[in-house]
Write a protein that binds this ligand. Structure first.
Ligand SMILES: [Zn+2]
Length: 101
C-alpha cells in the first residue's frame, strides 16, 4: 500500500523502515488502543481524531508522541523504558469486524 503523502518526520526520528510500518491513516474509522502496563496508562483514541490532532505518522513514531502527550514518566528513559504499546490485535480486529457505535 503506497502512501503518496510524504512521511512527517519528527527531527529526532531515526531511520526506520517506514514502508513496512502501518500509518495512523490505515486505521481510520477505528480506534487506536494503547497500553502502558508500567505506568498504568490505558487509552483508546479515535483514529480520525488523532490524525486531525497530530497528523499521519507511522505507528512507532506516533507512539512516542502519544506517550509524551500522556505524560508517561518513562518516555526517553533508557534504563527503565516506557512500555507503552499498541493493542495491535484489537486494532486489527476492529478493522475487519466494523460495527457502528
Ligand atoms: Zn509508560
Amino acid at each position: 500500500m503506497p502512501h503518496s503523502r510524504g512521511p512527517q518526520r519528527p527531527n529526532n526520528s531515526k531511520a526506520e523502515p517506514r514502508f513496512s510500518s502501518p500509518y495512523l491513516s490505515d486505521f481510520l474509522g477505528g480506534k487506536v488502543h494503547l497500553i502502558c502496563p508500567k505506568c498504568g496508562i490505558q487509552r483508546r483514541y479515535d483514529a480520525s481524531m488523532l490524525l486531525a490532532k497530530v497528523g499521519d505518522y507511522v505507528l512507532p513514531d506516533l507512539l512516542t508522541r502519544i506517550a509524551l502527550a500522556e505524560g508517561c514518566p518513562r518516555v526517553g528513559d533508557k534504563d527503565d523504558r516506557c512500555n507503552l504499546h499498541y493493542d495491535i490485535e484489537k486494532m486489527y480486529e476492529q478493522r475487519s469486524a466494523k460495527h457502528g457505535q
